[in-house]
Design a protein around this ligand. Structure first.
Ligand code: PRP
Ligand code: URA
Length: 202
């Protein structure tokens, strides 16, 4: 998303000296912009309303999405997304990437059993190898979801290619596609560990 305000929030998140409070504030604001951008594609419906002057037609989302933050780091995007989409419900997926194999380990799945006909907005700031987001989107597709929008702050080309290869019914909205992954599978130049930068190391 090549918008000056989005890029300035992303810059604050990238800078190594940004404190956790300022990092979280920049993530909240950037998430608002990314969700706003993603929502352009949402179907709407019209319904009758009355202004103080005359009857007319109002507009609302035809099918508000289920929001799914991927814990931990996606938690920092949840409030902003829900503020823009107050009609939405929220599910949760908890994944922790193994720092040796780089494979995601699932520790929480709190999702409706049947997602057929329900659009889903997945929130995770980082798409690196793509293992975590592919795992999350498979959980959704296994429940019948056919309309997934992934919102992330930063993506690596490797992760974008993996999601494309997955054949899953998804589209990606991101503020930047960075250069590459390093040998620890961190995004370069990136912003470091998005969970630790919000919540501190474990
Ligand atoms: C981070 C991030 C993604 C994942 C990306 O989470 O929030 O979920 O890594 O890496 P991948 O694309 O290579 O799978 P992490 O597993 O570090 O957990 P955390 O959110 O608890 O910090
Ligand atoms: N997870 C993060 O938080 N940052 C990266 O650069 C890669 C994975």
């Amino acid at each position: 998303m090549n918008h000056p305000l989005a890029q300035s929030r992303l810059t604050a998140m990238r800078e190594v000296g940004t404190e956790p409070g300022s990092f979280r504030a920049a993530l909240h604001e950037l998430t608002t912009m990314l969700v706003y951008e993603a929502a352009r594609a949402f179907p709407i419906e019209q319904y009758p309303i009355e202004t103080p002057v005359a009857p007319t037609h109002g507009t609302r989302l035809a099918n508000p999405p289920l929001l799914v933050p991927v814990l931990r780091a996606g938690l920092g995007m949840a409030d902003s997304a829900l503020a823009l989409l107050p009609e939405s419900s929220m599910g949760f997926v908890g994944l922790a990437r193994d720092e040796e194999t780089f494979e995601p380990r699932a520790y929480l799945e709190s999702l409706p059993a049947d997602l057929s006909g329900i659009p889903v907005l997945v929130l995770d700031p980082m798409l690196a190898t793509g293992g975590s987001l592919e795992h999350c989107c498979r959980l959704l597709a296994d429940r019948g979801c056919t309309d997934i929008t992934v919102i992330c702050v930063l993506a690596a080309p490797e992760g974008v290619a993996r999601l494309e290869r997955s054949g899953l019914p998804l589209r990606l909205v991101t503020a930047s596609i960075d250069d590459e992954l390093n040998n620890k599978k961190y995004i370069v130049p990136g912003l470091g560990d998005a969970g630790d930068r919000q919540f501190g190391g474990m």
